[in-house]
Design a protein around this ligand. Structure first.
Ligand code: CP
Ligand code: NVA
Length: 321
């Protein structure tokens, strides 16, 4: 890394106290201002990737990455991100609660390392880690939420659409972990969120209730519909995710039938704004939840989202560790 010319725009972030020591289990752990702070730091880190000030944020610090499920993006971006911030990451594949209790794992880890990122089946497990460890716990995907994904996605939305307040983000498909985190962040940041989903695959009522409450403050709208076209109508960004999440593989055949009318394809995209961006957290299944020509088309920003996983998570690490 070459030294920056002039004063580094990262110096102000070094002593930033607002999120120090905090967990990120849910988007609900952040106020709107705190979410904006993370997105601002993420943009700065992205702009100044050759600034050696970056290596001061996690100098001498270690992050443990617990994985109960597979990963490409989360694993590589957290590990490379820690390296770029001057620290180190340990990959640990496990099933939480099987060999020893989650509190015992937390009490061990807090004696050795500076933070934990965990990808778990049950959201309760990240909550239990956080309740029993004095170090920051970051949710790298649970059955309830995927907050790091939503932060990276909003960084991407801002890059492509500028001022996002009042813009419309549509999600078509399952009311799942990714939909939950996107809905909660949209509500906080004043982005109108519309979810088109089949009956029986709703987001959790308590998530919708919280999003609506935050939306009443930010001025956003939260809309749920069983009509994919209505969801996408006039949207500035259209998002989808797999129909069967990790752990739901045995439901895949049934879900493929139910979700077929919600495929994100060129016909559906005709209902969005003509300059709408196409978003997907990846991995994608071409020909299932998204048509190949849409995923690989010129409106697609899916690899920007993947890149921004790195920057958004580095911002989280820089602020909480
Ligand atoms: N989007 C995402 O979380 O990707 P991985 O499952 O590869 O980490
Ligand atoms: N909803 C998907 C997201 C994968 C990144 C899952 O939980 O498997």
């Amino acid at each position: 890394m070459a030294p920056p010319r002039g004063r580094s725009e990262l110096l102000d972030v070094l002593g930033e106290p607002r999120l120090r020591g905090r967990d990120l289990l849910s988007i609900n752990d952040l106020s709107a201002d705190e979410a904006r702070l993370i997105l601002d730091v993420a943009a700065r880190l992205k702009r100044s990737k050759f600034d050696e000030t970056q290596t001061l944020f996690a100098k001498g610090q270690t992050l443990v990455m617990l994985f109960e499920k597979p990963s490409l993006r989360t694993r590589v971006t957290f590990e490379a991100g820690m390296t770029q911030l001057g620290g180190h990451a340990i990959y640990y594949e496990t099933r939480l609660g099987q060999r020893e209790t989650v509190p015992d794992i937390a009490h061990n880890l807090e004696r050795w390392v500076d933070g934990v990122m965990a990808r778990v089946f049950e959201h309760k497990h990240v909550v239990d880690l956080a309740a029993n460890a004095s170090i920051p716990i970051i949710n790298g995907l649970s059955d309830l939420e995927h907050p790091c994904q939503a932060l990276a996605d909003f960084q991407t939305l801002i890059e492509h659409k500028g001022d996002i307040a009042g813009k419309k983000l549509a999600f078509v498909g399952d009311g799942n972990n990714v939909a939950h985190s996107l809905m909660l962040l949209a509500a906080k940041l004043g982005v109108n969120f519309s979810l088109g989903h089949p009956a029986g695959y709703e987001p959790l009522p308590e998530i919708v209730e919280r999003a609506k409450s935050d939306a009443s403050v930010s001025g956003a709208t939260i809309t749920l519909t069983h009509d994919a076209r209505e969801a996408v109508d006039g949207a500035d960004a259209v998002y989808t995710d797999v129909w069967a999440s990790m752990g739901q593989e045995d439901e895949a055949a049934e879900r493929a039938k139910v979700f077929a009318p919600f495929q994100l394809n060129a016909n559906l995209m005709k209902h969005a704004h003509k300059r709408a961006i196409v978003m997907h957290c990846l991995p994608a299944h071409r020909g299932e939840e998204i048509a190949a020509d849409v995923l690989d088309g010129e409106q697609s920003v899916v690899f920007d989202e993947a890149e921004n996983r790195m920057h958004a998570q580095k911002a989280v690490l820089a602020l909480v560790l």
